[in-house]
Write a protein that binds this ligand. Structure first.
Ligand code: NDP
Length: 389
C-alpha cells in the first residue's frame, strides 16, 4: 500500500462550529482520504448527533455534561462511545485512535485538549489561534520536543506556511499579514459608538463564528494573528507587518532577505486552508470556485487605522512586551466580546475592558503553564468585575 492510500483518521475538536462544519464538508468530499474518529461540541447536542450519525466516529464528546444523556440516547443504536465534560476533551485528545487533531474549539477552552494531543504525539491542524496567543512559547516547545507538526488553518498563517515550503534554510525578512478590515473599514469612532451585535457579525468576505466575527470587526483578530505568527514562525515582533487588503484575495505574504516576496492567493473560502492542513504535505484536487484575475482585477492595500481600532494597537503592545500580557489580553477580550454579544456593553467598551485589565494584572516575563492559567483566571475575574457581570 502506498502512502497515498492510507486513510488519515481525523479528530475534530469543535465539530459543530464554522471551521468544524466546513472540515466535515471537506472530509465528505474525500472519503478515500479521511475518516472521522472523534467529534466534539460544547452545547450543540443536536448537531453533534446529526454529524455522528452521518460520519460514524469512534467517539463523541459533549462539553456540557447536562447534555450527556440526550446524546447517549440518540446514539444508543450505534457503537459510538459518548463522553462529556471538560476533562473528557483532554482525555480523548490523549487517546490513540486518531492521527491528526483539527483544533477548532473557540477561545481559551481549546488550549488544554490541544496540549494533550501534542503531548500524545498527534499532528495538529490549528484553527484555534488563542492556543498560541495564551501560551505560544510552551505549546511550540512541546511540539518541537514531541516532533509534532503544527499546521496552521488560519488563512493568513496557512498562506505563510505555503510560501515557506521549500524555504527551510532561507531567512525571512518579514511576513505581511493581510486584513480585510472587517465590516467597519473606513469608519471612525463616532460611527462605532452606535454599532450593535448584528452589524459586527456581518463580515464582508467571510462567514465565521460569532467570536471571531467580532474580533474581525474590532481588528483584535489581526492582533491575535500577529501573536500567532510570532510563535508559529519563530519571528521577532518587528518582522510582522499588517496591511489592509479589503478584497481578501492575497491571504498573506513572506518577504525574504533578498527582497523577493511570495504571496498565496485564492478566493476567500476557509475550506481551502482546512483541506490543505488536513491533507498536508499533499495537495488534493478540489472543486472550490477559482479566483479569476479578470473578475477581481483591482487589489488594494492600505495601513490599518490604529487610532480608531485600538484593539490592534493593544495587541501590538502585548506582542512587543510578551510574557503573560497576550494571555491577559486574550482573556479580557473573550469576556468583553461575549458581553458585547449579549448586549451588555457597547462596541467601544470592549477596548476599555481589555486596556484596564492589561494594566491591572501583574506582568510575568517568563510564565510557567500554571502561571498562564492563573493569569487567564485573574484577567477574566477582573474584566468581569469591570463589566459587572
Ligand atoms: P464557532 O463559534 O463557530 O465554533 C466553536 C466550536 O467550539 C463549536 O464546536 C463549539 O461547540 C465549540 N466550543 C465552544 N466553546 C467550547 C468550550 N468551552 N468547550 C468545548 N468546546 C467549545 O467558532 P469558529 O469555528 O468560527 O472558530 C473556531 C476557531 O477557529 C477559533 O479559535 C477561531 O479564531 C479560529 N478560526 C476561525 C475561522 C473561521 O472562518 N470561522 C478562520 C480562522 C480561524 P458548540 O457549537 O456546541 O457551542
Amino acid at each position: 500500500m502506498t502512502l497515498d492510500h492510507v486513510i488519515k483518521r481525523i479528530a475534530i475538536f469543535g465539530s459543530t462550529g464554522s471551521i468544524g462544519i466546513q472540515a466535515l464538508q471537506v472530509i465528505a468530499s474525500n472519503p478515500d482520504k479521511f475518516a472521522v474518529e472523534v467529534l466534539t461540541a460544547n452545547t450543540n447536542d443536536q448537531l453533534l448527533v446529526q454529524q455522528a450519525l452521518k460520519f460514524n466516529p469512534n467517539i463523541v464528546v459533549i462539553g456540557d455534561e447536562t447534555k450527556y444523556e440526550s446524546v447517549k440516547k440518540a446514539l444508543a443504536s450505534t457503537d459510538i462511545k459518548v463522553f462529556s465534560g471538560e476533562k473528557s476533551l483532554e482525555e480523548v485528545a490523549g487517546m490513540d485512535c486518531y492521527d491528526l487533531m483539527l483544533a477548532a474549539i473557540v477561545g481559551f477552552a481549546g488550549l488544554k485538549p490541544t496540549l494533550s494531543a501534542i503531548n500524545n504525539g498527534k499532528a495538529i491542524a490549528l484553527a484555534n489561534k488563542e492556543t498560541l496567543v495564551v501560551a505560544g512559547d510552551i505549546v511550540m516547545k512541546m511540539a518541537v520536543d514531541k516532533r509534532v507538526p503544527i499546521i496552521p488553518v488560519d488563512s493568513e498563517h496557512s498562506a505563510i506556511f505555503q510560501c515557506l515550503v521549500g524555504e527551510t534554510r532561507n531567512r525571512i525578512e518579514k511576513v505581511i499579514l493581510t486584513a480585510s478590515g472587517g465590516p467597519f473599514l473606513g469608519r471612525k469612532t463616532n460611527y462605532l459608538v452606535n454599532v450593535k451585535r448584528e452589524h459586527a457579525l456581518q463580515h464582508p468576505n467571510w462567514r465565521m463564528g460569532a467570536k471571531i466575527s467580532v474580533d474581525s470587526a474590532t481588528l483584535m483578530n489581526k492582533g491575535l494573528e500577529m501573536i500567532e505568527a510570532k510563535f508559529l514562525f519563530n519571528l521577532q515582533p518587528d518582522q510582522i507587518q499588517v496591511v489592509v487588503h479589503p478584497q481578501s484575495i492575497i491571504h498573506s505574504l513572506v518577504q525574504f532577505e533578498d527582497g523577493s516576496i511570495k504571496a498565496q492567493m485564492g478566493l476567500p473560502d476557509m475550506k481551502l486552508p482546512i483541506q490543505y492542513a488536513l491533507a498536508f504535505p499533499k495537495r488534493i484536487q478540489s472543486d472550490f470556485p477559482r479566483y479569476d484575475f479578470r473578475k477581481v482585477n483591482t487589489l488594494t492595500f492600505e495601513d490599518p487605522d490604529l487610532r480608531t481600532f485600538k484593539n490592534l494597537a493593544l495587541a501590538i503592545d502585548a506582542l512587543n512586551k510578551g510574557g503573560n500580557l497576550p494571555c491577559v489580553m486574550n482573556a479580557a477580550n473573550e469576556i468583553a466580546v461575549y458581553a458585547f454579544l449579549r448586549n451588555r456593553i457597547g462596541f467601544l467598551e470592549i477596548t476599555d475592558v481589555i486596556e484596564k485589565t492589561m494594566e491591572k494584572v501583574p506582568f510575568i516575563e517568563t510564565p510557567t503553564l500554571e502561571e498562564y492559567f492563573d493569569s487567564d483566571g485573574e484577567a477574566r475575574n477582573y474584566a468581569a468585575d469591570i463589566i459587572k457581570l
